[in-house]
Write a protein that binds this ligand. Structure first.
Ligand code: DOR
Ligand code: ZN
Length: 429
């Protein structure tokens, strides 16, 4: 049923209104609205936002189902307030052909809780050697609009140049995991005082900054859209600011964990804190917050990276990098951005819904809350507090870095084109 009467909701935290939804579209906004024979959602005076859009998740299917599936990941997404996610191609097999991206898209539609948009690989097998068939994936039933080798960097400048030229011609975006592998050498701790003290090999911030600098030059030349994944270093901000000032088509994301967590957490060698790019310093997290508020960083994307316990409950060097993000993202953004006054609710809608939908080229997501627009929403209780428990999250894996933390803000309901997909912490199948 896609007819729905939502009562007592505060769009962007403003005046409370009722919204009448017909066929998945907002038909009327007013007060004291009534309707016969439609489903109802009492919004309890909570904040109504456009449904959240995540440009960067790992759903692990196909091939990594011990860590996550499209079904469990869709549950986590709906519970986190998301109505669209972009699934990264570092699966097994890699999503570098029409067959694989079509499978991911179809499976997402079968589960039906969130729009799952497959990201296609830039290079065959993510090996960085040969361009994948981007055009075939674009014109496939999966309608791929974003390509990335995420997990790895497209390190070869000639391959990156060609990818951007194709992206320009195909009107798609290349999302770069900016990490010069020659500089990081596989290290997974921020190069600095803490890594030295702990005897961990260092991942220098310059490995990110130099790739971004190179890529914005290539994107400018190609006239292509470049998206920089998970910016983590304050030095990268200056490069992005300069590129944007020159009119380069570049956008950037920051993860919730790079807004909140620092390398100070590494002292216990707990691999739950191992992530790529690594947690950096307090100066970096502060710079990320300011850049997001200023718009130099466009969006928050989770880099939701589930790993089954056998990949995480091991020593630091052997553990896989990555952390869960879908069900905690909004709370971390409220804590790091809304509470200190860096973003209001319009700002949250911008960085978690509107801009991601624009960058990912999704015409019916990230839309204003208005008559004639899709009824695709996240309803948020900003005053709620909750304690994170990995075991209670919907993901198949439990690798949350926020275990035991109390976080503000709870998603009360998620609505996708008039259909309630999550309510009071439970998925509505
Ligand atoms: O921490 C990370 N985990 N960073 C990546 O780039 C890839 C991701 C994964 O796939 O687990
Ligand atoms: Zn990445």
């Amino acid at each position: 049923m896609t007819d729905l009467l939502i009562t007592n909701a505060k769009p962007y935290g403003e005046e409370a209104v009722d919204l009448l939804v017909r066929d998945g579209v907002v038909a009327e906004i007013g007060t004291g609205l009534t309707a016969e024979g439609v489903g109802t959602l009492d919004a309890g005076g909570h904040v109504l936002l456009p449904g959240l859009v995540d440009l960067h998740v790992h759903l692990r299917e196909p091939g990594g189902e011990e860590s996550e599936t499209i079904e469990t990941g869709s549950h986590a997404a709906a519970l986190g307030g998301f109505t669209a996610v972009f699934a990264m191609p570092n699966t097994d097999p890699v999503a570098d052909t029409a067959v694989v991206v079509e499978h991911v898209r179809r499976r997402g539609e079968e589960v039906g809780l969130v729009d799952v948009h497959p990201v296609g690989a830039v290079t065959t097998g993510l090996r960085g050697e040969k361009l994948a068939e981007l055009g075939t994936m674009v014109s496939s039933a999966a309608q791929v609009r974003m390509f990335s080798d995420d997990g790895r960097c497209v390190n070869d400048p000639l391959i990156m140049r060609r990818a951007l030229e194709y992206a320009s011609a195909l009107d798609v975006v290349i999302a770069q995991h900016a990490e010069d592998h020659r500089l990081t050498g596989g290290a997974q701790a921020h190069e600095g005082a803490i890594a030295s003290r702990l005897g961990l090999a260092g991942w220098p911030a310059t490995a990110e900054e130099t790739v971004i600098a190179r890529d914005v030059a290539l994107a400018r030349e190609a006239g292509a859209a470049l998206h920089v994944c998970h910016v983590s270093s304050l030095h990268s901000i200056a490069v992005l600011r300069a590129a944007k000032a020159q009119g380069v088509r570049v956008s950037a994301e920051v993860t919730p964990h790079h807004l909140l967590l620092t390398d100070g957490r590494l002292t216990g060698y707990d691999p739950v804190n191992k992530v790529n790019p690594p947690l950096r310093t307090g100066a970096d997290t502060q710079a990320m917050r300011e850049a997001l508020a200023e718009g130099v960083i466009d969006v928050v994307a989770t880099d939701h990276a589930p790993h089954a316990s056998q990949y995480k409950d091991t020593e630091w060097a052997a553990a896989k990098p990555g952390m869960l993000g879908l069900q905690t993202a909004l709370s971390v953004v409220i804590h790091t951005m809304v509470e200190p006054g860096l973003l209001d609710w319009h700002g949250v809608a911008q960085v978690m819904s509107e801009r991601p939908a624009e960058i990912g080229n999704l015409p019916d997501q990230g839309r204003p809350i208005a008559v004639g627009e899709p009824a695709t929403f996240a309803l948020v209780d900003p005053d709620a507090q909750w304690t994170v428990r990995g075991a209670a999250l919907a993901s198949r894996a439990a690798n949350t870095p926020y275990e035991g933390m109390r976080l503000p803000g709870a998603v009360v309901a998620t609505v996708l084109r008039g259909r309630i997909t999550a309510r009071d912490g439970k998925v509505v199948a």
